[in-house]
Write a new protein. Sequence first.
Length: 572
Amino acid sequence: MAETTLTGLLDRHGREQPQHSALAHIGDLRTGEVAARLDYAGLVTRARSLAGRLLADGHRPKDRALLLFDTGLEFVVAFFGCAYAGITAVPVPPPGRSRVETDRLRGVVRDADATVALTSTALYDEITDGLAGTSIVCHPVDLTVDHFMPDSLPPVTGGDLALLQYTSGSTSEPKGVMVTHHNLLDNLARIHDRLGNDVVPRVCGWLPLTHDMGLIGQLLIPLYLGGECILVSPTAFLKSPLRWLAAQQEWNCDIAVAPNFALELCVRRVTTEQAATIDLSRLTRVFTGAEPIRAQTLAGFAERLAPAGFRADSLLPCYGLAESTLMVAAKDHPGPVVTTAVDQNALAKGRFEPSPQNGQVMVASGAFPDSGVRIADPQTGCALPDGEVGEIWVTGASVAAGYWRNPTATAETFGARAPEDDRDWLRTGDLGARHEGQLYITGRRKDVIIIGARNLYPQDLEAVAQSEPGLALVPTVVFGLDDEHIVVVQETGSRRGSREGLTEAAATIRRNLVRDFGIGAPSVVYVKTGRVRRTTSGKVQRALMRRLFVTDGLEPVYQSLTPGVDRYVKEQ
């Protein structure tokens, strides 16, 4: 596309298809009631109006604006309103009741140095109270008011910042990834390439728009292509995955976006008989990423929804990160999901070797994108051959401009150099391998547990810990303390209040991990529901959980610690 900014793209859609629906918000997923809807002309008008109001109120291009919204069209108007005004949007979840959410918001407020907070009229009083004591002005976004059209708006270029995408981090001081208009348009073009050219998508999604997968993969990709995005709340999906699936049929959706846990939830909460009552034959592209993708989950999802006409080749595993705007690699459409059974002992030694008889099945994140992606030796930056596990490095137009006001972290993460060229490379911190032209993600470099000169990947241990019936959706985190001691922290799930049940479950987890990985017996800690810390995309925060363990901050309801661990943690 010729446009170099999101605003130029939206203006073109507004001219060429003003009455085409751009957005809808389903207020009640059970009834399908539409709470609000906007066509492209309405979206352009409201976004430009908001831009004019912000500038008239004294805010200036390159200022930062916090976007604090629940699911709804107001967020989208605010995001594009900031873009038209040249103001950098800072999407942040509105603070909930937990101290973690409040601390994270405070960290973003300090770092972004925003001048204004945009929110809905429903949240205005709460957000105003929450920002008391700061210099930030709170501005409500109301879609029902008369609109003020400015005489002119400042020019916006592709190099201007469109948003600061704050990483979830493991502390209350997250880093703001500087994403430009050019970054966004390049990444949207890459996603479009994976979708194919035969679709102008309609997406019905529940992912929070404050997260990069929800904002870009769910909202911006249909708007980029002149399609429509139908929004539902995350809570509505969690209450009824079946109703979300049924909405795909009701709205004739082509694309869905969901992390692994969401697909797993559909498998567990939707029966074969229920699946047979809906038609998902039009849903031909389901992107899944943001957390470890499990082959068993993909197979189970495809099998469970086969009576609905869903095809397994519609699943598109992908890999990405905020520092590369969103997507780095994804499976082509159409085509089968590629998997490989991998020898765990070889993987522990840094080799990706197939083992069809007794290997662990891993899912490829798509064909290896040779241009701009490499598997690198973390120390030298040299490209590693097929079958060697190394750090994933990325370069290209989707790589963000760095971290906001953090030159040290920017240089460390975005300024890596490879021996044979002079380009800057993004160090993702993720480990992976190339095998038969496919990219496989093996884990996070900082999370690897080293036991007896073997590299163990915590997500593999977590999968075994969750293998008991009924525990697949119970948050679990595994981390190492040293080259001998491993700790498993798990929420209680249905066993809350039963010490006998927790004792038995801890013993089962310990036996399974010793059997499958040949390690010494790990410590097992049970905590209340909601105490396993996760990012906004659902990834467990292992570094933070380790720190809470050693500082006596987990508040366990039951624990069984192995000898020697007491030197790391206070007696309970």
